[in-house]
Ligand binder design. Structure first.
Ligand code: G6P
Length: 612
């Protein structure tokens, strides 16, 4: 969702901001814009559509400012058009602002300002905020910095903002509450962005702004205070991100690059944590918490989208291995109930971005009820990673494609490690099983590579089903969440209607949809529910459904019953999702490409959903 890039220093700001906005395109947006301080004038340029549309519009313009703010907007208040795009001016056009988040009480503030003669051009909540700051400055005669703080004390909602003033050349003011903001600290230059991707090629020194903090860059110096003027010393961290991880590296799309990265990303999520030869398994982030996990009466898992699916896999893992009762909740539902949290409950929050607003709110709610919260996040230093008591990073590297692929397998890997470590501590698995699982886990990256050998076969199947209008995905046990994930991948990027179901539930509804036009993807690997799945396949075939089955290598029964098979290597049942999801990711990708979809930035979707 909305992306922020701002710069002050000695370079030309416009090309740098434009490049940064392109790096943030993956977050999802529908318009973009920049404000540049040219001489003593704030000039704003904005455009509905892609950043490249803004670029074309400004081609040939001589834009040499060395200070500027830029934004990609994902519409909330007001339709996506040129006027509603950010940045916005204040009433006297001496201030401009970019904003990520929602100002919930903007309507009442706007009413007062209108009475005072303010004229608003857009339908946005953001424009109200910058007018409000100007109004406070006029009323109090205070510095811009104090006016920003006073305004922020009055607003409800979430924000990351950057404010630029025509009266203060060389100064940028940024603040956050609930929406991410990273500050890059270079020699004589500063960068502000929603995440580190626009910054990494210039500096690896970054400061993550905390909620209620206001950062002011003035006279080449960074100063951070909270809303009550208490100063904090900026804590500069080193980025571990490498530039090549956020570029396509010869692939057509980030999504396919990230699918093929999975042998490495799964290995990275185990690196330093697992050594099967020594029967060693240790997650540094859980030190001191493993006993608590082992003693938990219940684990509540919260997440959204693909992360919620990883949670469903974890439900099976913790129940099977550690014999702990698990409940998996959509964060958005959990946060608006009055959930029962008991003393020995543990909450695990799963999030790739670490910024999902609903997941963050669910954490705060569980915390307020005294729960211990673990985070399983991909983005280091993200809000969720910082809001949890303990946790384990997934180390999948930056995921740019909106449809989550490598983050899912990394989440499942890390959750598997946590479940095995808990089971070992609890004594619910024996030494032999423990060693076997560790050894099998270590071999998963190699087995994922073997699945890739079927890529051209999957492409052929994708070609046959390119124009299907519906898809059903069926699986049982650990393959049920995989069926959900497969259906989600397909609908996200190809816009084909797809549903995932537990295979046995098919008889209670979806079977009515089956005819010769309905493709049905069965997750039919050799596991404890194999015979049952075989019966379900027969039920679909009896109604002329067209079946694509994901089977275990060497299966001789199912290939004779179905229309298409895709083999995956044999693996311990517990680890099945790590392999069975891979063909589904590839199938969705190839179908979407064949339909000419924008795979990395599907319509209406955002990579990190920072509003509820
Ligand atoms: C969005 C993304 C999904 C993601 C979900 C949860 O919907 O498009 O790919 O699974 O948010 O995001 P998180 O960053 O919390 O895992």
């Amino acid at each position: 969702m909305c992306g922020i890039v701002a710069y002050v220093g000695y370079r030309e700001a416009f090309p740098l901001i434009l490049k940064g906005l392109k790096r943030l395109e993956y977050r999802g947006y529908d318009s973009s814009g920049v404000a540049l301080l040219e001489g003593d004038k704030l000039n704003i340029y904005k455009k509905k559509g892609k950043v490249s549309d803004l670029e074309s519009e400004l081609a040939g313009k001589h834009l040499t400012a060395t200070i500027g703010i830029g934004h990609t907007r994902w519409a909330t208040h007001g339709e996506p058009n040129d006027v509603n795009a950010h940045p916005h001016y204040s009433n006297n056009r001496r201030l401009s602002i970019i904003h990520n988040g929602i100002i919930e009480n903007y309507a009442s503030i706007k009413q007062n300002l209108v009475k005072k003669g303010h004229v608003f051009l857009s339908d946005t909540d953001t424009e109200v905020l910058v007018h409000f700051i100007e109004d406070i400055q006029n009323e109090t005669g205070d510095t811009l910095e104090s006016a920003v703080k006073l305004a922020l004390k009055e607003v409800f909602g979430a924000y990351a903002i950057v404010v630029m003033s025509a009266d203060h050349p060389g100064q940028l003011i940024a603040a956050r509450k609930g929406s991410p903001l990273v500050i890059g600290v270079g020699g004589d230059e500063f960068f502000f962005a929603s995440d580190a991707t626009p910054i990494v090629e210039y500096t690896k020194d970054v400061v993550y702004l905390d909620d209620y903090e206001v950062a002011v860059v003035k006279d080449g110096k960074l100063n951070i205070q909270n809303l009550d003027n208490t100063e904090t010393i900026p804590y500069i961290q080193k980025l571990e991100m490498e530039l090549e991880t956020i570029e396509k590296g010869g692939y057509d799309h980030f999504m396919i690059k990230e699918i093929f990265e999975q042998p490495r990303s799964i290995a990275d999520s185990m690196r330093g944590r697992l050594n099967a030869a020594d029967a060693h398994l240790q997650l540094g982030g859980l030190n001191g918490y493993l006993d608590k996990l082992a003693a938990a009466e219940r684990i509540v898992i919260v997440g959204c989208g693909t992360s919620w699916h990883a949670g469903l896999v974890a439900e099976y893992l913790f129940e099977e291995l550690a014999r702990i009762n698990v409940e998996v909740e959509y964060a958005s539902e959990f946060r608006y109930r009055n959930p029962v949290i008991r003393k020995n409950d543990i909450v695990i929050a799963i999030s790739q971005s670490g910024e999902t607003a609903d997941t963050l709110a669910a954490i705060e709610l569980a915390k307020s009820k005294g729960a211990t919260i673990f985070g399983v996040c991909n983005v280091v230093g993200s809000s969720i990673a910082r809001a949890t008591h303990a946790g384990a990073y997934t180390h999948a590297g930056p995921e740019i494609g909106v449809a989550s692929t490598k983050a899912f397998t990394a989440q499942v890997t890390v959750l598997t490690l946590i479940a095995i470590a808990t089971a070992k501590r609890k004594g619910t698995i024996n030494e032999e099983m423990y060693r076997q699982l560790l050894a099998e886990l270590e071999n998963v990256p190699q087995k994922v590579n073997e699945v890739f050998e079927n890529a051209s076969r999957i492409k052929e199947i994708a070609f046959i089903f390119t124009y299907a209008r519906n898809f059903i995905y069926l699986g049982r046990g650990l393959n049920f969440p995989v069926a959900l994930e497969g259906a989600l991948k397909l609908k996200e990027i190809s816009y084909i209607h797809a549903e995932g179901y537990p295979a046995a539930e098919m008889k209670h509804g979806p079977i009515a949809l089956i005819d010769e036009d309905m493709p049905v993807v069965f997750l039919a690997t050799k596991d404890s529910s194999y015979e049952k799945i075989v019966s379900n396949i027969q039920e679909v075939k009896a109604r002329k459904g067209r079946v694509i089955a994901i089977v275990t290598e060497g299966d001789t029964l199912i290939p004779g019953m179905v229309d298409f098979v895709i083999e995956v290597p044999k693996v311990h049942e517990i680890l099945t999702p790590l392999l069975s999801v891979i063909p589904l990711q590839l199938l969705s990708y190839y179908i979407a490409v064949m339909r000419g979809r924008n795979v990395d930035q599907p319509r209406n979707l955002a990579k990190s959903v920072t509003v509820e």
